[in-house]
Design a protein around this ligand. Structure first.
Ligand SMILES: NC(=O)N[C@@H](CC(=O)O)C(=O)O
Ligand SMILES: [Zn+2]
Ligand SMILES: [Zn+2]
Length: 427
């Protein structure tokens, strides 16, 4: 039995929280500590365990960058109790066998619920549909499908995929990038790319696919989720689509709401990501979108890469950055501190909504008696300087290296088990 005392639940009501087995069994003032492990949570914000719809765990195939074990330890350190493992592994998560294997590795690790995402097309090649139904019917019970890393750019395939998942209530998560408009692209197309002479990735390459996919989702009456929205135009299109009643949800990443394209002036590939870091105007639009509900979720797009893929010149660097262990503190800094979101909103965008979109019945639940004990405790008054080498992820490609973020996840509880204690992942 565990008793967290004096926690600030969603930043408002202060109470003790008792956990017995895998369940929250009591919430109230001055609960009896007899027989319990007592953890003083004074000054800590209690949130439901965070849910990430966008994590790259890299196993199978890229275990030098991350494994399910190291990635879920990073998740626990970041306050997450559920991560959706993206399909761009080797082999690709495009069969029932591979998604079941990833799910099993998650259970064995025990640090967070690992829900595999299935590929939309075989080998992410964009040529023919993967066995979506077999992945849905497998023990991994896949309902979210994505070719993330690649765009399902063929409109006919995208239409078929949307139609297919509609039959079982699934969702297609799109990496929106028109490939012909981004050939050779290295960073956001704008004044900085012109100044430093790197090939640009225009906003329209993202926006045109999002607009098309919203219209396709409307046409076939299916469900679309837009990954890593990065431009103001995209936010405007999604707001418009929602206004028409189209079944679309959208994600923003911690890096796209906090870092801009001027970082490329460093030529440090740590800032190289797909879609690229954009402008201040885009950042403001993403924040406004999160505040008004146009953007539904924060997804980390945790994308670990081995040292040799980042310790090189910009052009040769891989796209992607780590994010699980810094996500909540970045959200605190960029959205809560300026008053755009309160902690209840943070619970919505980082837990409740992602759990809903990913159809995770046991996750994203309210902090209440009888609910599964998936919790995250955050100290908003403990500034931490980010050091990639000290993180739990196997990779060090954090764009916040050396920067100070305002707070720290102190404890994470996954199904009644403490997976992170005083900022350290448990054994
Ligand atoms: N975001 C990235 O820049 N990279 C991701 C793929 C992706 O999310 O598109 C990766 O797998 O490394
Ligand atoms: Zn992507
Ligand atoms: Zn991704």
């Amino acid at each position: 039995m565990i008793l967290f005392t004096n926690a600030s639940i969603l930043g408002t009501q202060t109470a003790d929280i008792r956990i017995d087995g895998e369940t929250i069994t009591e919430i109230g003032q001055g609960l009896d500590p007899a027989g319990a492990e007592v953890i003083d949570a004074t000054g800590l914000i209690a949130l439901p365990g965070l849910v990430d719809l966008h994590t790259h765990l890299r196993q199978p195939g890229h275990e030098d960058a991350e494994t399910v074990l190291s990635g879920t330890k990073a998740a626990a350190a970041g306050g997450f109790t559920c991560v959706h493992a993206m399909a761009n592994t080797t082999p690709t998560q495009d069969t029932a066998g591979v998604v079941e294997q990833v799910g099993k590795l998650g259970k064995k690790a025990g640090y967070a619920y690992v829900q595999p995402v299935g590929a939309v097309t075989v080998g992410l090649k964009g040529e023919k549909l993967a066995e979506l139904e077999a992945m849905y019917e497998s023990r991994a019970n896949v309902t979210m499908f994505s070719d993330d890393g690649m765009c399902v750019s063929d409109p006919v395939l995208m239409r078929r995929a949307l139609e297919y998942v509609r039959t079982f209530g699934g969702v297609i998560a799109q990496h929106a990038q028109e490939p012909r408009l981004t050939e050779g692209a290295q960073m956001h197309e704008g004044e900085v790319s012109a100044e430093i002479g790197l090939a640009g990735w225009p906003a329209v390459a993202e926006e045109s696919i999002i607009a098309r996919d919203c219209l396709l989702a409307k046409h076939v009456g299916s469900r679309l989720h837009v990954l890593h929205v990065s431009t103001k135009g995209s936010v405007d299109i999604i707001r418009w689509a929602k206004g028409l009643g189209i079944d679309v949800t959208a994600e923003a990443t911690p890096h796209h709401i906090s870092l801009d394209h001027t970082r490329a002036r460093t030529y440090d590939p740590r800032f190289k990501v797909n879609p690229p870091l954009r402008t201040d105007e885009d950042i403001d639009a993403l924040k406004a979108g999160l505040a008004d509900g146009t953007i539904d979720t924060i997804g980390t797009d945790h994308a670990p890469h081995p040292v040799e893929a980042k310790d090189c010149e910009w052009g040769a660097g891989a796209f992607g950055m780590t994010g699980l262990e810094t996500a909540l503190a970045v959200v605190h800094k960029e959205l809560v501190a300026p008053g755009l979101l309160d902690w209840a909103d943070v619970a919505r965008v980082m837990s409740t909504k992602p759990a809903e979109i990913g159809r995770m019945a046991d996750q994203g639940r309210p902090i209440a008696v009888g609910e599964p004990a998936n919790l995250c405790f955050y100290n908003p008054d403990k500034p931490v300087t980010v050091r990639g080498k000290e993180q739990n992820t196997k990779s060090t490609n954090t764009p916040w290296e050396g920067m100070t973020l305002p707070g720290q996840v102190t404890h994470t509880v996954f199904r009644g088990r403490i997976t992170c204690r005083e900022g350290k992942v448990t054994e």
